[in-house]
Structure formats: structure tokens, C-alpha cells
Design a protein around this ligand. Structure first.
Ligand SMILES: *Cc1c(COP(=O)(O)O)cnc(C)c1O
Length: 303
């Protein structure tokens, strides 16, 4: 059986002198606590896709990702929980013969069959959103499809019940990888409240296009209450500059929150720096969505 998610996830205020000095309130939406094996926003995006797969009588789930993809591991864990097969199409033919890293090992341990493809083939597959396969529900790279966006919108729905008067003075902030999470949060917010996405990779223009495409796919319309900040990707996906590392470690220590580095740290640092630069109006209430957990320690050795 697939363990049910612990929803709504907690909302916790954070007392931070720098935010206080700027007249900005900081809250953390602890989505990292949503589910033991399908963490954070991966649960939000995957959950709405599972019911249709079961109803359609699919044998399994198939998706795409890189060698350390959290989404790939999440799909493997969800499939196992539901008694479904799973296939992960992995970028990098050369990985087939190499010893498995911890992430791919975890996916295989959950029963996932891995198929390694050359990078050029992979790119070609993902731009098309994947390739149909008989008996499988095919999920795009990163898991962001129309149903996933609606699942992410539930985060905003929960916030409306947790933050009195959620509206004009609220900014809800999340990291942006493929944009599905930001698209859902923006769509789910009540009038007046705004969403701020923090890009974790170089993708100015492209990412805005993705969020707009996802809004059209999920809701048949566009939304005007969001924007993406591009100043804190730290050099690209997976890059964690020393300054960001120091900030994340300090924030985690001071506030007792495990800070995932590739995504969550960049979002936190961005709102921190915006507050410090007085670019957030005094009286703003900022909720940062903690979209996931740090990788296990084995990641440090890349073993
Ligand atoms: C996958 C992931 C994201 C990216 O979410 P998108 O919906 O692809 O933008 C953000 N945060 C964490 C922790 C993730 O694992």
C-alpha cells in the first residue's frame, strides 16, 4: 500500500532578525514533511496522476530523468506502493555499465527497471513530453503535466486555510525547476496574493514560457499573479556556490530546518537577499514552500 500523505503540511513562522529589520514576516510551508518516500512537491505532482493510472488499468509508470533525479526515485517509490511496475528512462548511455549511484540504486531497489539512453536521444524524447508505451502511464521529465499543476495548487489551498487573510500582503515563494510547482501555487492563490518563483537554473524566458504553457494545459487560461526571479540560480542546476552553502548551513542551524541545497536553499537565499536589499515592501508576509528534503549523506561522496 502507498502510505497516505500527511496533509495539510505544517506552516511554521520563523523569527529571523534580518527579515524582522526589513518589516518582513517569514513563514515556512513544510512540504518536505508531506510523505516518507515520495517527498515534497514530488508527492503534490504525482498524486493526482496515480488515480487515473489505476483507473485506466495501467501496468506501470514510466518516466524520464537524470542520474540523480528525485522525480525518478519518487515515481519508483509510488509505483512500488501501488503494486505497479515502473520504468525509468535515464539520460546517459554510459551509466548503463557503470556502478549505480545511490539514487539509481534506490530506484532499482524499489523495483524500477532502468533504461539508459544517449543524451541526444534523451533530449529528443523529453522535448516531446515522452513516448507512449503500451500499458504504462508516461510522465514527463520532472513530472510536470496538467494534473501535476492541479496537485501543486493544493499547496495554495492549504495556505488559504492556514494564513488568516491570505491576500494583498502575501508573497508565496518556491524554487523553479520545470515550473510545475510555481504554476500550481500561482493558480491556487486567492486574489491579491502573489507567487514568486526562484529559478534554480539558467532559463530566463524559457521558464516563463513553461509556466504559461502549463497554466494553459491545466486551466485553459493564463495567470498574472506570478513572476520568476533569475538572480539566484548560482551558476546553474546543481551548482551550489560557497556563499550559498554557508547561507544554507547557517539557516538550517539557526532555525532547525534541513535545507535542501539544489532548490530550497536558492529560494530561501533569494527572499533573504530581497529583504536585505529592502526590495520587499515592509509588511510583506513571505511564505517559502520547502519543496523537498536534502539528499541523503551519501550524495556528498557521489558514491
Ligand atoms: C523537483 C524539485 C523542485 C522543482 O519543482 P518544479 O515543479 O519542477 O519546478 C523543487 N524543489 C525540490 C526540492 C525538488 O526536488
Amino acid at each position: 500500500m502507498l502510505t497516505p500523505a500527511a496533509l495539510p503540511t505544517p506552516l511554521t513562522p520563523v523569527a529571523d532578525p534580518l527579515f524582522a529589520a526589513a518589516g518582513v514576516e517569514l513563514l515556512l510551508k513544510r512540504d518536505d514533511l508531506a510523505h516518507p518516500t515520495v517527498p515534497g512537491n514530488k508527492w503534490r505532482k504525482l498524486a493526482p496522476n496515480l488515480r487515473p493510472a489505476l483507473l485506466a488499468g495501467d501496468r506501470g509508470l514510466l518516466t524520464y530523468g537524470g542520474a540523480y533525479s528525485t522525480h525518478v526515485r519518487a515515481v519508483a517509490a509510488a509505483a512500488r506502493g501501488l503494486g505497479l511496475a515502473s520504468v525509468g528512462v535515464i539520460r546517459g548511455e554510459e551509466l548503463a555499465a557503470a556502478p549505480r549511484n545511490w539514487s539509481l540504486r534506490a530506484a532499482e531497489a524499489a523495483g524500477m527497471v532502468l533504461e539508459f539512453v544517449p543524451r541526444s536521444v534523451y533530449r529528443e524524447l523529453v522535448v516531446r513530453g515522452g513516448e507512449p508505451r503500451e500499458g504504462y502511464l508516461v510522465l514527463p521529465e520532472g513530472g510536470s503535466n496538467a494534473l501535476a499543476v492541479r496537485g501543486a495548487a493544493v499547496v495554495a489551498g492549504e495556505l488559504a486555510g492556514q494564513i488568516p487573510g491570505l491576500g494583498e500582503r502575501d508573497l508565496v515563494c518556491c524554487p523553479v525547476g520545470t515550473g510545475g510547482t510555481l504554476a500550481g501555487i500561482a493558480a491556487g492563490l486567492p486574489p491579491g496574493a502573489r507567487a514568486l518563483g526562484v529559478a534554480v537554473l539558467r532559463g530566463e524566458g524559457y521558464l516563463e514560457g513553461e509556466v504559461t504553457r502549463l497554466h494553459r494545459a491545466a486551466y485553459g487560461r493564463e495567470f498574472g499573479n506570478w513572476r520568476i526571479h533569475h538572480g539566484h540560480h548560482g551558476g546553474g542546476y546543481g551548482r551550489v556556490p560557497a556563499e550559498l552553502e554557508a547561507f544554507a548551513a547557517g539557516f538550517g542551524r539557526r532555525h532547525g530546518v534541513p535545507v535542501e541545497r539544489r532548490y530550497v536553499a536558492k529560494a530561501l537565499k533569494a527572499v533573504h537577499d530581497l529583504a536585505a536589499a529592502r526590495e520587499l515592501a515592509a509588511g510583506t508576509r513571505v511564505t517559502v514552500v520547502v519543496t523537498g528534503l536534502p539528499d541523503p549523506l551519501t550524495d556528498l561522496s557521489r558514491s
